[in-house]
Write a protein that binds this ligand. Sequence first.
Ligand code: PAF
Length: 282
Amino acid sequence: MKIIKTIAELRSHLAVFKRPAFVPTMGNLHAGHLALVRQAKPLGDVLAVSIFVNRLQFLPHEDFDTYPRTWEADCQALEAAGCDVVFAPSEQELYPEPQGFKIHPPTELADLLEGHFRPGFFVGVCTVVMKLFACVQPGVAVFGQKDYQQLMVIRRMVQQFALPIDVQGAPTLRAADGLALSSRNNYLSPADRGEAVHLSKSLQAMAQALRDGASDITALEQQAQHDLTERGWQPDYLTVRRRHDLQSPANSDLANLVQNNGLVVLGAARIGNTRLIDNLEV
Ligand code: PAF
């Protein structure tokens, strides 16, 4: 496995390949990332993984400085998972001057849910992903479905800019109790780790209620938020959305959407100081 820190070296190393497969990450890798790597491996003729903690996608009060950097362990895990190239640029390499040009995703897709609670997040994500795409020039890129809205925003960006990249989603990996794997799970105290599964449990309950014929979305969402709040969480949202555009469905469309697998329930909530997100397609 080759470790590359500059764009120039990356370009010259990848020049001989026709279809690089690419998995962008911010490091602190867990089994969920490694599943993305294994999914991507057979899709290209070389597999590149980037490790770059992207300052642009963190709000000033968020965890950029404390985001865990676990370089040695990440490299060992990537090598074992079959990664060929780790691209780990410094900030100076990727952003040698303030990044004045940025990708602003459309508001109807990016200013809701995560974009509402983390303003500017998707501008930071799209900008770095576009730049990483320009560096790696992948034929295929794999993103986790745990970041459901991110995957959707990236797909739309690739489509609207006509980038020749096949974007694939990878299913969310879960711990034995059902908690979606996330780098931020490392922040959880033992007590909060025990509690953390209740985010996915709430989403499961919402999904089940929809399958059982629930017909009032507002009531369903309020009940789920209330239940988590009672348990000591601070929910940002627990919500039912249409899969294809992440907008709220009309109550009158629910039955039809459930029948046609057209819904997703998404949640973001804070337990202790840790903000977790999760989703389930219905
Ligand atoms: O999902 C992530 O880890 C990040 O948002 C990404 C796609 C690597 C961009 O920094």
